[in-house]
Unconditional design. Structure first.
Length: 254
């Protein structure tokens, strides 16, 4: 059996130490507690910080666990519980809207589709569970980016590809889209990812009031839109579905 990797063991020890106390720890505290040289400890902390596993307080310079580590720690439970809780509600949304329904979560700088309900007609459709959708152009992606700080950072770090003439790629304009999404509580994709296709999505929150995913509908523009906007009844149906799943996850009313 191959031996352990010392650098990984040390990084794990740093994370365990930061997880074990209620206060932030400075470089000297971490180094002395673990018996490591300051230079080695600083390198580990800086690497963990770059990956989002550790955060440094600007005022004190001390370190604490980062949002990315907390999100990963709950990801397995969240995804599986999210899908289980959403099954009935997404089926209802597909019947009510007449469109395909998608449930997505943040994964590797994109949206991972974890559940897909076919449009309730006799048309030929392809199951997209496991597919990756972009953060910056899809309704699911915009919702995650607007409400999840980790998704927001990742959406700004990656190159935002222009899929259609309507795709928003410039940082300032994209931030404006996110502001609108936060203000109204849902996002739209009006032919920004695929020509002739529109979608609407809303966030799903868990018992910690954290966004753990997004649910939305997707369909042909002529069915989903009216006067260039997502039909109000479809927006209401998507938001009702998101609220219902959130309540089942312990998120309460919002």
């Amino acid at each position: 059996m191959a031996g352990s990797i010392q650098s990984v063991e040390r990084a794990a020890a740093v994370l365990r130490l930061l997880a074990g106390g209620e206060r932030r720890l400075g470089l000297t505290d971490v180094a002395s507690t673990l018996g490591l040289a300051k230079g080695t400890t600083h390198g580990i902390l800086r690497t963990l910080q770059q990956e989002g596993f550790v955060e440094q307080d600007d005022a004190s310079g001390k370190y604490q666990l980062g949002a990315e580590l907390l999100r990963l720690g709950n990801s397995y439970l969240d995804v599986h519980e999210l899908r289980a809780r959403a099954l009935v509600w997404t089926d209802d949304l597909a019947r009510a809207s007449g469109e395909s329904v998608y449930l997505g979560v943040l994964h590797k700088q994109g949206v991972l589709i974890v559940h897909h309900v076919f449009r309730p007609d006799d048309s030929r459709q392809v199951l997209e569970v496991g597919a990756m959708h972009p953060l910056h152009s899809t309704a699911l992606g915009k919702v995650l980016t607007a409400f999840d700080p980790v998704a927001h950072r990742e959406a700004l770090e990656v190159e935002r590809q222009r899929f259609t003439p309507r795709t928003v790629t410039e940082p300032d304009e994209f931030e404006g889209v996110l502001d609108i999404t936060r203000a109204r509580g849902w996002a739209a994709d009006l032919e920004e990812t695929w020509d002739g296709v529109a979608s609407a999505a809303a966030p799903v929150h868990d018992r910690r009031r954290m966004p753990v995913g997004a649910v939305g509908i997707t369909g042909a523009v002529e069915r989903v839109c009216e006067d260039g906007e997502i039909r109000a009844r479809l927006v209401a149906a998507v938001r009702d579905c998101a609220r219902a799943v959130s309540r089942d996850l312990g998120g309460g009313r919002f």
